[in-house]
Design a protein around this ligand. Structure first.
Ligand code: HEC
Ligand code: HEC
Length: 319
């Protein structure tokens, strides 16, 4: 069973025309970008299998919730609610983060510094109890049986794990394939990336904010390119009891609301939340915050949110 999503993406062509010139791939992170057309067949089959699983609500107790119910491609694999309740209505605790470039992160969570493996992390939404999300705590065998009883998945697992002896369909291979798909989710084609690659300046209206972001605002000391996070944990304002990992800012235009609990409705509000007594961020006026917000839109990657390789498979994986 699979949730139906309305993936009618609006093809947005950037209004700003960029002089692309001859791309000299001198940026230091270029090597980290995978070119999925050069994958070996087994890796490609694992990623494809993971994509089916990511969009499959059969991984939840009552077949109502997939990973993609909360991580939506049109929102850079975040979503537009403050928090998202579990399948049973259990309140969410944290805002849903984007999964852009998630395979390049060292830890997986706003706050938890000990989850360092993507495949192990996949068990958190599936079987977690604080909060309940997909509700399969103690139901691992049920998931394995559900997936194994599906002839389409039997074919996909045979292709993805050709050398593995039976049983091929286990929680280990299920979570590993999901992690392979997540690891393939790359976003490095924003206006900012194009400007880096071509050594051309950003569109003029973004330049003031760029200067503030990398200069006076001290933003890049924590929101460090290329991921726009240093992956370290801070308390940037009082009244919180946990350190929060610096969130990556790629595609931030698409991931409202903001901050770990979704308390900020807009990018401006999220910037204002940085207390200058807790951070190196100086007090700035409205015009400066607006300029930075305009700059942050250079991190929106329309190639990424329209990439069919990350979209819901065209057909359900049913017999
Ligand atoms: C009910 C909504 C919901 C569902 C369903 C869900 N997630 Fe999430 N996801 C979240 C929330 C909320 C967080 C942040 C949790 C935290 O920080 O502790 C998160 C965090 C993550 C992260 C860590 C990202 C980071 O930047 O640290 C990954 C990876 C992830 N989810 C993958 C998945 C996968 C794979 C599935 C399906 C097996 C899934 N999620 C299902 C809501 C959801
Ligand atoms: C000391 C490190 C640090 C500095 C400096 C810093 N930030 Fe942050 N930023 C964080 C942390 C940590 C959070 C998450 C806080 C939370 O969720 O409660 C955050 C959150 C954000 C968010 C919300 C993102 C989201 O996905 O929810 C935006 C936008 C942002 N910062 C922009 C900026 C800008 C612009 C500057 C410079 C003016 C800046 N930050 C300076 C650490 C920093």
């Amino acid at each position: 069973m699979m949730n139906k999503y309305f993936n009618k993406y609006i093809k947005l062509t950037s209004a700003i025309s960029l002089c692309l010139g001859i791309a000299s791939l001198s940026v230091s992170y270029a090597a980290e970008r995978t070119n999925q057309t050069h994958l070996d067949p087994v890796s490609a089959a694992q990623i494809e299998l993971g994509r089916y699983l990511f969009y499959d609500a059969d991984l939840s107790k009552d077949g109502s919730m997939a990973c993609a119910s909360c991580h939506k491609q049109r929102h850079a694999f975040a979503e537009d609610n403050k928090t998202h309740p579990g399948f049973n209505g259990d309140h969410g605790i944290y805002n849903v983060p984007s999964l852009a470039n998630v395979g390049m992160l060292k830890t997986y969570s706003w706050t938890n510094q000990h989850i360092t493996d993507l495949a192990k992390h996949a068990l958190v939404p599936i079987t977690g109890t604080v909060p309940v999300e997909m509700g399969m705590h103690g139901q691992e065998k049920v998931i394995e049986q559900r997936i194994a009883s599906n002839a389409c998945y039997q074919r996909l697992f045979a292709k993805a794990y050709p050398d593995l002896k039976a049983p091929k369909i286990t929680m280990t291979t299920i979570t590993q394939a999901i992690a392979r798909f997540e690891g393939s989710i790359k976003s490095f084609d924003s206006i900012w990336d194009k400007s880096q690659k071509t050594k051309q300046p950003l569109p003029s209206e973004m330049q003031e904010g760029e200067k503030l972001f990398f200069g006076k605002g001290h933003c890049a000391s924590c929101h460090l390119p290329p991921l726009f996070t240093d992956q370290k944990f801070y308390r940037i304002y009082d009244q919180i009891t946990q350190d929060i990992r610096t969130p990556p800012l790629r595609n931030v235009e698409l991931t409202a609301p903001y901050l770990h609990d979704g308390r900020a409705a807009t990018i401006e509000e999220a910037i204002y939340a940085h207390d200058s007594k807790n951070t190196s961020v100086p007090v700035m006026d409205k015009q400066e915050i607006t300029a930075i917000t305009i700059f942050l839109k250079s991190l929106t990657d329309y190639t990424f949110i329209n990439n069919p390789a990350y979209a819901m498979p065209k057909e359900d994986c049913i017999k």
